[in-house]
Design a protein around this ligand. Structure first.
Ligand code: FES
Length: 275
């Protein structure tokens, strides 16, 4: 019988230093048949094995429409992420997945999309943003509000120009405090949203970032007029197996790894989950 916990071997083919503590790893499966058959939806994640260190889940940050391996952006913040940051191109890791429900793409069609990201929270949204831009006719306007503590902490800087140039797409960048030579916005993401007041008509907001940002962003979106069903977020919880087996990630009767990680704010309220 097939062992569902057994990862496939993958080679790190590229590493990009996004910020002082975030790197994007590009991986290719060693088995060409696995590489060819791997498919994912924006918002799904994979379990990464770093041999001798352990396993951890990371969202897939590239769009399935831009397939040249799997990309995951990882912030150095613990034992496994530290070990991953020390790896080099050519090194081997284990990958299993993809797991999770991913973003509800059908529900987003013909809607105005508001992406709200903070720091590394842009990683799962980048997958969806590029998916939407590559299927531009299926969606209405795209507005991206992306914030970080400082300009050095902004991820995917190479892609901003393409996003700004895309049809009916606006990108707002913000940092917490004014910096020398910074010409974009200044202020935390919820404050910027209050200023911008993006349309809530026929709109869905997709939010991902640090808990404090999410906590203060939700009331602003509700005040602007978004209903809880039209606000989507993706949760980062203490996932372990990724398969709905270990019971570490449950909220109410749902598992974040299997039923999520993407949930609407309305669902989370019903589950009495505190953001
Ligand atoms: S991570 Fe094991 S049940 Fe979700």
């Amino acid at each position: 019988m097939k062992n569902i916990y057994l990862p496939h071997l993958a080679e790190i083919v590229d590493i990009k230093q996004e910020t002082p503590d975030i790197k994007t790893f590009k991986l290719k499966f060693k088995d060409q048949a696995v590489e060819d058959s791997f498919d994912h939806k924006p918002g799904q994640f994979v379990e990464f094995s770093i041999f001798g260190e352990g396993e951890a889940p990371f969202c897939i940050s590239n769009s399935p429409t831009r397939k040249s391996g799997i990309e995951c952006s990882v912030k150095r913040m613990g034992k496994i992420t530290q070990a991953l940051h020390e790896l080099d191109t050519g090194d081997t890791v284990g990958i299993r997945g993809p797991y999770g429900n991913g973003f509800p793409i059908e529900d987003l069609k013909n809607k105005n999309l508001l992406f709200v990201a903070g720091g590394i929270g842009l990683a799962p949204l980048r997958s969806l943003i590029n998916y939407c831009l590559d299927n531009r006719n299926n969606f209405k306007s795209v507005t991206i509000v992306n914030g970080a503590r400082t300009s050095k902490d902004l991820v995917y800087k190479d892609e901003y120009q393409a996003w700004e140039k895309a049809r009916d797409t606006k990108l707002y960048l913000t940092v917490d405090c004014q910096e020398e030579n910074w010409t974009c916005m200044v202020g935390v993401v919820p404050k910027i949203l209050e200023q911008l007041k993006p349309t809530c008509q026929d709109s869905v907001a997709i939010v991902c970032g640090p808990p404090i940002m999410i906590k203060y962003t939700m009331p602003v979106l509700l005040k602007i007029g978004f209903c809880p069903e039209a606000i989507i977020t993706t949760l980062e919880m203490k996932m372990k197996c990724g398969l709905g087996k270990c019971g570490r990630c449950n909220i109410g009767n749902l598992y974040v790894c299997k039923d999520g990680p993407v949930f609407s704010y309305a669902q989370l309220k019903t589950l009495r989950y505190e953001l």
